[in-house]
Write a protein that binds this ligand. Structure first.
Ligand code: GUN
Length: 293
């Protein structure tokens, strides 16, 4: 039987409606308009698309947005000076530096420089630490998006075996943390697999919920999952171009084959992707709400 499609586009729309109401309330009660600053270095086409989508989402929701595009040769010193300026700008409540950064810049130095109260990506070590002990104000965008996809599709994680494939700081490690938090957190048993894992299939076959974020198409094939698994595919791989020059996207999971065994699965595009930007908007609003308390 074909799996239930977990439609990120629709769920994201619901959440954006909720966020819009919150923004209106903040304006009416406190006279504050949430503001997000984005910084993009260089010309990477994927990063340009992402930053453009973030800017567009801000405009749609009534969030003030300030975008700075800089050449890839920008020095670390100049980038840090811009971050510091934004830290001190009262119109800006969230700062996002698009990753990856050019090789001559140490991304950790830049992330450390962002005021943790404006770190809407939840990348600063203070926020990563708070996430780990379950006291975070900001939840990281993609992992939080995954939690909402599951929750709003009535898929419980409580007591389930969640297998995560990929140990990135942006998805794998933080989603593991969210899934293992005690109630009202994920309350799941979590296994994290990575490039050092021997016999990946032995682990993925045990998953009740399989979260895949590795950046390689068809990493997960049908023989690697059990019947009834819930699959969350975080991959966004550009596997070609249409005759019109539009990117053709594929996830990390062999969708056509795996959906025959899964009980639910996210499509690519239209699954996790739209949720990441929506949760970024949510964090920008959360940053303002913290100021109003
Ligand atoms: N590059 C890829 N994903 C992300 C993200 O969520 N935030 C930032 N800042 N850069 C990224």
């Amino acid at each position: 039987m074909a799996a239930q499609l977990i439609k990120g586009t629709e769920i994201s729309k619901q959440i954006r409606e909720e966020i819009t109401k919150e923004i209106q309330k903040l304006k009416e009660k406190h006279g504050i308009i949430p503001g997000l600053a984005t910084i993009l270095l260089g010309e990477d086409p994927g990063s340009k698309v992402y930053v453009g989508q973030k800017e567009k989402a801000c405009n749609k929701l009534g969030i003030y947005s300030e975008r700075t595009d800089l050449p890839s040769e920008t020095s670390q010193e100049d980038l840090l000076a811009l971050v510091e300026k934004l830290n001190n700008n009262p119109k800006i409540h969230g700062i996002l530096v698009q990753l990856p950064l050019p090789k001559h810049i140490d991304a950790s130095n830049v992330i450390y420089a962002i005021d943790p109260d404006k770190d809407v990506d939840c990348f600063h070590p203070v926020n990563v630490g708070k996430l780990m002990i379950g006291t975070g104000r900001f939840l990281p965008c993609t992992p939080h998006g995954i939690v909402e996809l599951l929750r709003r599709s009535d898929i419980t994680t409580d007591g389930k075996h969640v297998v995560v494939v990929g140990r990135s700081n942006i998805v794998g490690k933080p989603v593991m943390n969210l899934m293992l938090q005690p109630p009202p957190g994920g309350n799941a048993t979590v296994t994290l697999c990575h490039t050092g894992t021997k016999d990946l299939a032995a682990f993925t076959k045990m998953a009740d919920i399989l979260i895949v974020a590795v950046g390689r198409p068809k990493t997960i094939t049908a023989d690697m999952v059990k019947e009834g698994v819930v699959v969350i595919d975080v991959g966004v791989n550009r596997i070609g171009k249409t005759p019109e020059g539009k990117a053709i996207l594929a996830g990390d999971v062999d969708f056509d084959a795996v959906q025959e065994k899964a009980s639910a699965i996210t499509p690519v595009p239209g699954g996790v992707g739209p949720m990441t930007i929506t949760m970024l908007m949510k964090n920008t609003v959360e940053a303002v709400k913290a100021l109003c308390n």
